[in-house]
Design a binder for this molecule. Structure first.
Ligand SMILES: [Fe+2]
Length: 336
């Protein structure tokens, strides 16, 4: 029977794929948008005033950014090394779409990919020209130089659909990525392609992508629903009549674009303690903007808490870029 032999949680954002100098390119956007922080929404100026006692300015000097950048690269390299050592046969990745595939006209809460394979390609020039500043610099980590096809896991997907009937889960099904979206991205969602490019280092094994709508109102699942979904997927893996080693990966987060170290540290502790009550009680208004991707971590925890795997946090690195405490917090966790 299939066995879960590896668990990983990792962030996947542009900060991991850009230079400390390039980190600052996104500040222009931070100043333009409103930010969620501890269940309330603020303008950039309001946030800077609220958090001025936290002295962020000292935490994003070029020297400090360079130091934190090196820690992030060490975290990614650590996961890639552990991946190579563990040699899993197949992977289930809990990730999200950020309008690479799914448009507001049809936006399921949970989608299981059941095609034989899925594609990724370099970005064409028209789309690349539309990429926001600070994003196009990081595209190399999500897209290879040439079009590629990565293997799916249709037989595990079929088992998910058939077992879901009895377990009260209703998944949307996708068997091909469309290339018609009007978003600047298209192809394999970044949450999945980053893992293939930077943890698997392009040596993709068969993957079951499970896409959660983490970002977009009005139908983001609750933390509890994500946990239960992951727990169900863990059950399906155990019932899968194949002699394979399975990796389960949660991709996304941590707190951004307002960094909340208190939340992130409590979350990492909850993983270590297998504290499902903590994970399931995280409020919808905490899981906003980029922090919403912690739903992928919660889903992976749902599957991994029911295994005998253990491990620890390789590193946690809050990568600030402004006096309002904006940026992205990076985290790397592995269970073996
Ligand atoms: Fe993301």
């Amino acid at each position: 029977m299939a066995q879960i032999t590896l668990g990983m949680w990792s962030t996947h954002g542009p900060i991991l794929n850009t230079t400390p100098e390039e980190w600052m390119l996104r500040v222009i956007n931070d100043k333009r948008i409103r930010h969620w922080f501890r269940n309330k929404e603020y303008s950039f100026e309001e946030l800077a005033e609220l958090r001025k006692h936290e002295n962020f300015i000292e935490q994003f000097t070029l020297e400090e950014r360079t130091r934190r950048h090196a820690l992030c690269q060490a975290g990614v390299a650590g996961l890639a090394r552990l991946w190579k050592e563990a040699k899993p046969d197949v992977a289930v990745i809990m990730g999200n779409d950020q309008r690479e595939l799914i448009q507001p006209s049809m936006q399921p809460m949970f989608t299981v990919y059941h095609g034989a394979d899925f594609w990724q390609a370099p970005m064409d020039e028209t789309r690349a020209a539309k990429l926001p500043i600070g994003i196009k610099e990081s595209e190399w980590a999500y897209r290879p130089d040439k079009p590629v096809v990565w293997p799916g896991l249709p037989d595990l997907a079929e088992l998910v659909f058939s077992m879901a009937e009895q377990e009260n889960f209703d998944f949307a099904a996708s068997n091909a990525w469309p290339d018609t979206g009007d978003h600047h991205h298209v192809g394999t969602p970044h949450a999945f392609s980053w893992v293939i490019r930077r943890i698997m280092e392009d040596a993709a094994i068969p993957i079951l992508p499970i896409i959660t709508n983490t970002f977009f109102p009005p139908n983001q699942p609750t933390a509890r629903r994500c946990f239960e979904m992951g727990k169900f997927i863990g059950k399906v893996i155990k019932a899968w009549d194949r002699d394979v080693r399975v990796a389960v990966i949660g991709s996304g987060g941590m707190s951004h674009f307002t960094i909340d170290e208190k939340f992130d540290v409590a979350f990492l502790q909850a993983l270590e303690d297998r504290n499902s009550d903590f994970l399931c009680s995280i409020q919808q208004t905490t899981l906003m903007q980029g922090t919403s991707e912690m739903r992928n971590w919660i889903a992976a925890a749902g599957a991994l808490f029911d295994t005998s795997l253990t491990g620890s946090t390789l590193d946690y690195v809050p990568c600030y870029r402004s006096e309002a405490g904006t940026g992205t917090a990076q985290g790397f966790v592995c269970w073996r």
